[in-house]
Design a protein around this ligand. Structure first.
Ligand code: PLP
Length: 227
């Protein structure tokens, strides 16, 4: 627990170094702290260390934390698989959803987002490794899904997200992220409001920075193993 603040400052420093190493503008890579299966008190420590954006995968667990930490003015990203019966809770409690992979889910999120709230920020989750993962839409469908989200009144299209299959080899990690980065650059010309390329987790974030990530999603590197 005492290491969380140190891990955060060391990782923030490392991100700045990697931005310089790969010719990325300073502060172009943002940090989303993934707090799934970590307790509220750890999130408070991270918030005290300056973190404002947190990612959660499970609606019930997240609803409890969001309520308990309402005094902190944090921004919450839903990053887990979405069943239709969970869209209302997501639309009501979150600021971002990074795991939209179907039209029907996008439509429900837009219908269920309260008019009193800002638009729900959306990233389309892309499946980069068909055999290894069932989550995300295929590259061939990404543009159509972006158009759907772009046209829905209560959603704001922000970008793309992917979780590649686990891979130890740095060059292979880069190749996988490059595919997403190229699609992102192509789509940005069609949807100029897109500003978020969410890729890179604890075991592959250097490769993600090298390939243009604008948002790392880190859990283990900051909080240690999940319970
Ligand atoms: C759990 C999770 C992460 C964080 O993974 P770590 O390896 O702990 O950094 C990032 N993104 C998504 C979508 C996750 O589910």
């Amino acid at each position: 627990m005492t290491h969380i603040a140190e891990n955060i400052s060391a990782t923030a420093q490392k991100i700045r170094e990697l931005e310089a190493k790969y010719g990325r503008p300073e502060s172009s890579v943002n940090l989303l702290v993934v707090s799934k299966r970590h307790a509220e008190d750890k999130i408070r420590v991270a918030a005290t260390a300056g973190i404002t954006e947190f990612g959660e995968n499970f609606l019930q667990e997240a609803e409890k934390k969001i309520a308990a930490l309402a005094d902190l003015n944090l921004s919450w990203h839903f990053i887990g698989p979405i069943q239709s019966n969970k869209t209302r809770g997501i639309a009501e409690n979150f600021d971002w959803v990074q795991s939209v992979e179907r039209e029907k889910i996008a439509q429900r999120l837009s219908e269920q987002r309260s008019p009193d709230k800002a638009s729900l920020n959306v990233c389309i989750q892309v499946n980069l490794s068909q055999e290894a993962s069932k989550s995300g839409t295929d590259l061939a469908n990404v543009e159509t899904l972006c158009r759907t989200v772009d046209e829905l009144p209560r959603l704001q299209l922000r970008g793309l997200m992917a979780i590649p299959a686990p891979e130890e080899d740095f060059e292979k990690q880069r190749e996988c992220f490059r595919v997403l980065a190229e699609e992102y650059q192509r789509l940005q010309k069609l949807f100029p409001a897109m500003d978020t390329l969410s890729m890179g987790m604890s075991n592959d974030y250097e490769a993600a920075i090298a390939e243009g990530s604008t948002m790392l999603r880190l859990g283990t590197a900051l909080f240690g193993p999940r319970s």
